[in-house]
Design a protein around this ligand. Structure first.
Ligand code: AMP
Length: 497
């Protein structure tokens, strides 16, 4: 989800600094139909998806007559902190959303699921992804008289459904989605039932499961596991699945067939390691990336140390392949949030120290290979390497379980503006100097593709969306090109020597 327009006070700033209401997000969605305790099941599912969004949570339910909604800022367990909350969400159908944002202060009006009473009936929508022509569509809709309630890109879908001339709600929904570009996995509710839909390239994940007679949709399989359900299958790229109150499931392909381009970064970082994606265990894939990394970028060292928690599976793979012992040389406190979500550099630096501490007795005098999943701004790597040196490490060789992140994501993974990405600003040597590593290396793009089970990246028609590494965006980026935002699309790469 991404804001569609600047709040007035923010208009003077550069477009991609518009954190106000808020910047880019990754989110988690969940829906269930045919369950006695649909809202509580949804809360539990969202709890398992909490890593995808910690800023806000919302649940909408339907009892056959009315729609109900509860939402709040904070974690699922904070917002749904007593069973009485579920008394306000009756019915056998519910859907929910956890939202991630780079800064605090998002208003409740942006918390999903968004709901509207349309001429064709009640309609709620929960969205994971980002619509890359949302600002364009919003301008058109506002010019025609639409009045927006939020700054979320998702709301354009509601207005497009509302203004479509097709007779049924489903036809209007499809008509709306045909105008939308970018990434969307959606769980929507109408009086007729639950609808799950994935964009034609299937950029963001969405899976289907069952618990008893109830059907579940979720961003990741871990949510199905946690509610005690069983996995049925993934929603396919471009597929729309409808489930009515009698439990009848129908599948539609309103966008024709295209080659899917699911996000490869879900495998690298975003999904929980205990989820399955594309038939592959995220954990095993991360270990396989570590194996590839050890082959491509060996190091002479005494210990392999992960940056917890994101570097752990790849470090296990690296250690197994290289024969260098795996040890926990950094201990993570679990009582601080993700460092990445802090907008100010100062706050991020302080947070890294609160979050990670060196295991001095282990590290002292050792040559270490440090493994992390990715370098974004470089802040984490710099602080951790300084910490390793302060703890007496003799050498620190940094190895990264993804290719250099050189490009921003416009499809719903939170990445900063391109000029803040270390790999967009510097070459390998300069990056190593910046983070103060004795050596630095990244897994290659083909190494990453091998780890996800491909022989190599198909350059003519890549199997995944890997735009954050390659700059090859699989859809049009209308809003970016209309903004003529050179910083985003054609960065004057100032490779610092
Ligand atoms: P940085 O300190 O800016 O280089 O950030 C790198 C750290 O952020 C790595 O340890 C990653 O695990 C983590 N990270 C990478 N991508 C994301 C993301 N989209 N959201 C949150 N954290 C991320």
């Amino acid at each position: 989800m991404q804001p569609c327009h600047p709040a007035p006070a923010e208009r003077a700033r550069a477009p991609w600094d518009l954190d106000g209401d808020k910047l880019r997000e990754e989110c988690g969605i969940f829906g269930v139909i045919g369950a006695r305790d649909a809202a509580a099941t949804t809360a539990l599912g969202l709890h398992a998806l909490q890593h995808r969004g910690q800023e806000a949570v919302g649940i909408t339910s339907f009892d056959g007559r009315e729609f109900y909604a509860e939402r709040g800022l904070g974690h699922v367990a904070q917002v749904f902190d007593s069973p009485t909350k579920f008394d306000k969400l009756p019915g056998a159908m519910a859907s929910g959303h956890v939202r991630y944002s780079t800064t605090g202060g998002a208003g409740l009006r942006n918390v999903q699921p968004l709901f509207a009473d349309l001429a064709s009936g009640g309609f709620s929508i929960a969205h994971n992804g980002n619509i890359s022509n949302a600002m364009h569509l919003r301008r058109e809709l506002v010019n025609k008289g639409s009045i927006f309630q939020s700054t979320s890109d998702t709301e354009v879908i509601i207005h497009l459904v509302a203004t479509s001339r097709y007779p049924t709600l489903l036809d209007r929904f499809v008509d709306a989605l045909r105008l939308v570009e970018g990434a969307y996995s959606l769980v929507c509710m109408t009086a007729e039932g639950l609808i799950a839909c994935r964009d034609p390239l299937g950029i963001r994940p969405l899976v289907m499961g069952r618990i008893g007679d109830a059907i579940i949709f979720a961003s990741e399989t871990v949510a199905i596991d946690v509610v005690g359900g069983s996995f049925i299958r993934e929603i396919e790229a471009g597929e729309l699945v409808q489930v009515d109150h009698a439990g009848i499931v129908s599948s539609h392909r309103p966008f024709g067939q295209q080659g899917p381009r699911p996000c490869i970064f879900e495998h690298v970082y975003f999904s929980r390691p205990d989820s399955m994606n594309g038939g592959r265990s995220i954990y095993q894939t991360r270990k396989a990336i570590g194996v590839e990394l050890a082959r491509e970028a060996p190091a002479v060292a005494d210990l392999v140390i992960p940056v917890p928690d994101s570097g752990v599976p790849a470090a296990i793979g690296y250690a197994q392949e290289s024969g260098i012992p795996f040890e926990l040389g950094i201990i993570r406190s679990h009582y601080v949030g993700r460092t990445f979500i802090q907008p100010e550099d100062g706050a991020r630096h302080a947070d890294v120290k609160r979050k990670h501490n060196a295991n001095r007795a282990l590290v002292e005098g050792k040559r270490i290979v440090l493994i992390d999943d990715s370098i974004v701004r470089g802040t984490t790597s710099l602080k951790i390497i300084e910490m390793m040196r302060d703890a007496g490490a003799a050498e620190v060789h940094m190895r990264i379980a993804s290719p250099p992140t050189e490009h921003s994501c416009f499809y719903g993974v939170d990445t900063p503006e391109r000029h803040k990405l270390l790999a967009a600003r510097m070459d390998l040597k300069a990056m190593a100097r910046f983070i103060k590593a004795d050596s630095l290396d990244f897994v290659s793009i083909d190494g990453l593709y091998r780890a996800v089970g491909e022989a190599k990246r198909n350059a003519a028609c890549p199997q995944y969306c890997d735009a954050c590494f390659t700059g090859e965006y699989p859809t049009r980026l209308t809003d970016c090109s209309e903004r003529a935002d050179p910083d985003q699309l054609v960065l004057p790469v100032d490779k610092v020597a």
